[in-house]
Every structure is written in C-alpha cells, then in structure tokens.
Design a protein around this ligand. Structure first.
Ligand SMILES: NC(=O)c1ccc[n+]([C@@H]2O[C@H](COP(=O)([O-])OP(=O)(O)OC[C@H]3O[C@@H](n4cnc5c(N)ncnc54)[C@H](O)[C@@H]3O)[C@@H](O)[C@H]2O)c1
Length: 423
C-alpha cells in the first residue's frame, strides 16, 4: 500500500523504515531539510539498532524516500501517519500544536478516502482535533498509538505485544489492520478515545512500576535489604513480571515525564484527582534528589568544588536521546551545588555549558573524588575499575543503575554504594 509518514523523528523514522520493510511504498516528510537530505543519502540522525540498515534497504528497493514538507508527501497515498511531537505544555497538558499544524498542512492535498493515522501520543478527543484541522469530511482519522521503546524501536515495531487501532469507521479500522497483516500479534480494535487512553494508561502504569521499585530501593537501603535480590524474587511472580523493575536515578526520556503529567491533567479536566499518579511523579522527582544527597554524603557533606565523574548522559542505554534524561537532571543538581562534573557517554554528545564531556570513560575519572554511574551502558559493566581508580583523587563509586559488581568495586579499593544497597 502507499503510505506517507509525517515527521521522521524516533517514531516516524522507525515507522517509515519498518512499513517499507513490510513491503509498503513509503514517502516520509519532515520540516527539517538537512535531516531529509541526510536520510535520502541513507544516513540516519539517531542511534537506533537496525534502523540504518532498514533505511538503506528501503531506499535501494525504491520503497522508501524522504521529502521536505508534508504537503508533498500526501497527494498519492492511501494512508498518512502523523508522527509529530506532542510536548508538554506549560500547564502540564499535551501541546497539540504540531499535530494541528501538520493536519492543516496536509488537509487540502489528501485524496478522498485517505486514512489519516495518528501515531503521536495525544489526549482523549484529539482524533476530533485532527478531523477539524484537516477540514475534510471525505477522509478518515484513526488512532494507532505507538508503544516502541527507544533502543529497541525496530524490534518493537516489528514484534509488538499488541497493535491498537481506534476508529469510528469499521472500514478504516480494517484497512489499518491490513497494513500490519504481516505482523503476528494481538490487535485491539476500539473507538478513538479508548485507543488514546490505552497509550497514556500503559505509560503511566510503567512509570508507576519504576517509581514503586525506586521507593522499594529506598526501603531496602533503610532496612538493610538488597534490592537486586528483592526485584529478582518479585520478578519471578508472573503476576508482577521482571520488566521495569530496575531501580535507578528516576525515570525520564521523551515520553514518561510528559505523558504522566498529561494524564494527571486529562483526569483533572475530567473532574478526577489522579492522586496515585501524582504520587508516582513526586517519587520520581525525589529520586533525582536522593542521588545527589547520597553522593553529597559520600564526599563528606558538601559538593562545592568537588570534582565528580559521571558515566552516562542518555536517559537509558542504546539510544542517543537526551530528552528529560535523569542523568542530566542529576548533573544539573550536582553543578548547582558547586560540583565540577566531567561526564562520559558512549554516544559522545556535546554542547553542554555547565559541565565538560570526556572522550572515554576513564578520562572522565581524572582527578575525581567520586564516580557516579547514571546510565546502564554495557561498557560500564566490564570496565577495568583498577584503571579508573588509578586516575581518581579519592575512590568512591555511587552506582544508580546497579551495573557495577559491588564486590569487584570493593576489591578494586573503592568505597561503593548503589541505589537500593545498604551501607
Ligand atoms: N520517542 C518514543 O519513544 C515514543 C514512543 C511512543 C510514542 N511516541 C510519541 O510519538 C510522537 C513523536 O515522538 P518522537 O520521539 O518521534 O518525536 P521527535 O521529536 O523525535 O520527532 C518528531 C519529528 O517531527 C518533525 N515535525 C514536526 N512538525 C512537523 C510537521 N508539521 N511536518 C513534518 N514534520 C514535522 C520534527 O522535525 C521531528 O523530526 C510523540 O507524540 C511521542 O509522544 C514517542
């Protein structure tokens, strides 16, 4: 089938490349011309396993191409996927201006009977917002929320746990499910408001799980239990499951913070005080500060003038996405408290004003009085801690991701602490 994808960010680029991989003819558009040009040359602007190969194959087979400007992408297609940002507005609700602008741009250029599929995460009722912005009564609007995880986006898109389609028209719903017919999974067909709610409910539940385990980690520290074994023991229970039970510096990324806040706001506007979710958000904020407090304690009560090494900047491993990264939030609080931070991340980001970035993990340790691990990159698991120790002024590690073996760290001569580990 012929498909247009509007917005080639993390979701749009994955959607475009995977739909081409499934055999559809895809034309993907973005407002950023440089990005479009790079993509037409087969270069992708993000770190995402397997994505570059799919883009290159799609280009070679003639099933994928990129254009600047969404109006140029849509006139010949049967489906248009909206994959534009829905950032947090000042009042905590989702900002729909990108979705509305994209819909208003493509509206006049659509063929009758085109199915506009909204993949952006949007509040209940947004399908009607898109319908209004399109100003067309001869096209369909369908909600198809995306559940992929950055870091395994291609795998998740092609092997989803379920596909959710929210449509008022049964014909449009069936056509959208046919697009994905090569993917064997459960398909939930429902109305648009329910589809939109499923996405927020799923993210809010996952955020709740992480906040719960972070709170549990704090209890473990207080009572002298080991959180690593606690989550192992919990995770074997099929009713609980081990996914999203890893304690850390608090959740972040481009989705959980804005989507959980948006759901609080959606509920509030509808007259329900979602106290549980507000608590989940509060626990998360407190977790960022807890990392700073424990580190302050480790270095003797004050961070002022202390040189700290930070390993990891992205919000999680296997992505280059820094949006709302807990690592950046923790580092901001460290530098606000007077610490001098040198960070390292395998994706080599740059352009930070308040801290410097080293070219490798060991260089980040030079003259530091403590090392804090903030992202769970595999290279930190296997690093030679003796070499790190040799470059530091004082020998302390605070591991917020539980990637360093406590025994190995202590054997290498470090004072070691981790989230959820007493002592
Ligand atoms: N990133 C994720 O892991 C993820 C997962 C599931 C759902 N979502 C949701 O998907 C949506 C997109 O997220 P993302 O992370 O891919 O965003 P992103 O910021 O990475 O990408 C958005 C892209 O849209 C482009 N764009 C903006 N306005 C446009 C317009 N009018 N026409 C064409 N292109 C336009 C931008 O230039 C950018 O390239 C959001 O609603 C998000 O909540 C994201």
């Amino acid at each position: 089938m012929r498909v247009a994808v509007i917005g080639v960010g993390y979701v749009g680029l994955t959607t475009a490349a995977c739909l081409a991989h499934l055999g559809h003819e895809v034309i993907a558009a973005d407002v950023v011309e440089d990005k479009v040009n790079a993509l037409n040359d087969g270069r992708i602007p993000i770190v995402e396993e397997g994505l570059e190969d799919l883009v290159q194959t799609g280009l070679e087979k003639g099933l994928l191409r990129f254009v600047h400007g969404s109006d140029r992408a849509v006139p010949e297609v049967d489906f248009v996927f909206l994959c534009v940002p829905t950032p947090q507005d000042e009042d905590g609700s989702a900002d729909l201006s990108y979705v509305e602008a994209a819909a208003a741009t493509i509206g006049p250029h659509l063929r009758p009977e085109t199915i506009v599929v909204n993949k952006s995460t949007v509040p209940v009722g947004s399908t009607h917002v898109v319908e209004r912005a399109l100003q067309r009564d001869d096209v369909f609007v369908v909600s198809n929320p995306e559940f992929l995880r950055e870091g395994s986006a291609v795998h998740d898109f092609l092997n989803p746990d379920r596909i959710v389609v929210g449509a008022d028209s049964a014909t449009a719903a069936i056509k959208v499910t046919e697009l994905f017919s090569a993917i064997r999974t459960a398909v939930v067909v429902t109305d648009p408001p329910t589809a939109e709610t499923i996405k927020y409910a799923s993210n809010a539940f996952l955020a709740t799980k992480v906040s719960f385990v972070n709170a549990m980690a704090n209890v473990c520290e207080a009572v002298g239990a080991n959180v690593r074994d606690v989550v192992l023991g919990m995770g074997y229970d099929k009713r609980i499951g081990s996914a999203f039970l890893a304690p850390g510096p608090g959740w972040g990324g481009s989705c959980f913070p804005k989507d959980s806040q948006a759901l609080v706001s959606i509920a509030e506007q509808a007259g329900y005080d979602f106290g549980l979710l507000r608590g989940v958000i509060d626990v998360n904020r407190a977790q960022h500060q807890r990392v700073v407090d424990r580190l302050t304690e480790m270095v003797g009560g004050s961070l002022a003038g202390q040189r700290i090494a930070a390993w990891g900047l992205t919000f999680k491993a296997r992505t280059d996405d820094l949006r709302d990264s807990p690592a950046l939030e923790v580092i901001k609080r460290l530098t606000d408290a007077g610490a001098c931070v040198t960070a390292y991340d395998p994706t080599h980001p740059s352009g930070f004003e308040s801290f410097s970035v080293a070219g490798d993990a060991l260089s980040a340790c030079d003259d530091a009085v403590a090392l804090v691990v903030l992202t769970e990159w595999d290279e930190f698991r296997w690093i030679d801690l003796g070499k790190a120790r040799a470059r530091m002024m004082a020998h302390r590690i605070y591991d917020t991701r539980n990637v360093i073996d406590p025994l190995a760290a202590r054997r290498a001569g470090f004072t070691f602490a981790a989230v959820g580990l007493a002592g």
